[in-house]
Design a protein around this ligand. Structure first.
Ligand SMILES: Cc1ncc(COP(=O)(O)O)c(C=O)c1O
Length: 376
């Protein structure tokens, strides 16, 4: 029997274990900047909403409560420049990773269909294509060349701001990609989970644009979806809380499939999401925390002879040594200083000169890393 998993790459994080052991052996202990897992508290107002909904004997609705979907619609209008979204075209997901990994399958894609995703990228876009038996096509241009040159492109993943490199797509670029995809009937899905963490002055001033922005879609979401996760913006990774929104017909098909499969966000989590989406203050607070850590780490890395590329927004610094060397050597160098980072090759599917440095460690550990880097 052929399991789909035989087609999957080895789980990359296992290969980092020896470097984690080296970093842990540092007399000052490890500073773990490898996995971007939030470390700050889940906001009180969100926890309170979860607890208030803890009595939950019945099945929750797969489509999400109308309160949750209205909160998503209001959030899009208030913070993402997307007014007038149809609440029926919103669907909560159990975190966003499961959706990323299964969307090509739910769409019925398979052999002969191409799934385009960014390069470098979060590896799960590739995994989703492989699980469906579709052809994974990494692209560094948002898929424009693939859309124009191939006849098999059915799905284009965008990730703006990008993990790992923090690249942001502007309105013009998004509009060009959506127009090219519409010409061939391909679906564009933009994973926007870092949208509320802008750093470059342009994105702080303008906001990171959503693919559902009317300047991108012409006010018609046909053929376009946005995916958003509360894991990072609300320190909610443990709740598994995300949603997808956009093209009503596609969301409707996903809803039908997910109803059959029992893929439902738990009721108390739906209540917590509703509270989290209605509050912008905790997001600003969290952004300020990451801004301090980012300043410290970027300054120390640059002082130690590293270059930070891209990283205009999001939760990571995309870093290479000035002289240039393979990412695994940089992982080893930093592990020797007790600092664990992720090799760029996890995100490129090949060699890389970059490492990814996450901003997700407590302030005291980030200060410790900065001191070690500067030899203080
Ligand atoms: C680009 C991107 N998409 C999706 C996810 C999945 O997040 P979650 O499943 O917590 O919503 C991550 C997590 O790191 C990510 O970096």
């Amino acid at each position: 029997m052929g399991l789909h998993t035989t087609a999957l790459p080895d789980f990359p994080w296992d290969s980092l274990a020896p470097f984690a052991a080296t970093a842990r052996a540092h007399p000052g202990g490890i500073v773990d900047l490898s996995v971007g897992t939030p470390v700050d508290p889940t906001p009180a107002l969100v926890r309170e909403a979860l607890v208030a909904a803890a009595d939950s004997p019945g099945y929750p609705t797969t489509h999400g409560t109308s309160e949750l979907r209205e909160a998503v619609v209001a959030w899009f209008a208030r913070t993402r420049g997307v007014p007038g979204l149809d609440p029926a075209a919103v669907l909560p997901t159990v975190g966003s990773k499961e959706l990323v990994a299964t969307l090509p399958s739910w769409l019925g894609l398979g052999a002969g269909d191409a799934v385009v995703f960014p390069e470098p990228a979060y590896p799960t876009y590739d995994v989703g294509a492989l699980l469906a038996g579709a052809t994974p096509v990494p692209a560094s241009d948002g898929g424009l060349a693939a859309l124009r040159e191939r006849s098999d492109v059915r799905l284009v993943w965008l990730n703006s701001p990008g993990n790992p490199d923090g690249r942001v797509l502007g309105v013009e670029q998004l509009a060009e990609i959506v127009a090219a995809a519409r010409e061939v009937g391909a679906l564009v899905v933009s994973d926007e989970c870092y949208a509320e963490l802008p750093w470059a002055p342009r994105w702080v001033a303008e906001g990171v644009p959503s693919v559902l922005d009317p300047r991108v879609t012409g006010g018609d979401p046909t053929g376009v979806l946005a995916v958003y996760s509360l894991s990072k913006r609300s320190n909610l990774a443990g709740y598994r809380a995300a949603f997808v929104a956009g093209d009503p017909a596609v969301v409707g098909r996903l809803l039908e499939a997910r109803k059959h499969a029992g893929l439902i966000v738990p009721g108390p989590v739906q209540a917590a999401m509703t509270a989290a989406l209605a509050d912008d203050a905790h997001v600003a607070e969290q952004r300020d925390r990451y801004a301090v850590r980012r300043e410290l780490l970027a300054g120390a890395l640059e002082g130690a002879g590293y270059v930070v590329d891209g990283s205009e927004a999001g939760l990571y610094l995309w870093v290479r040594p000035e002289g240039g060397q393979d990412c695994w050597q940089t992982v080893a160098d930093l592990a020797g200083q007790g600092i664990l980072v992720a090799p760029g090759s996890f995100y490129t599917g090949g060699p890389s000169e970059h490492v990814r440095v996450a901003l997700t460690a407590a302030d005291v550990r980030v200060r410790e890393a900065a001191q070690r880097l500067l030899g203080a």
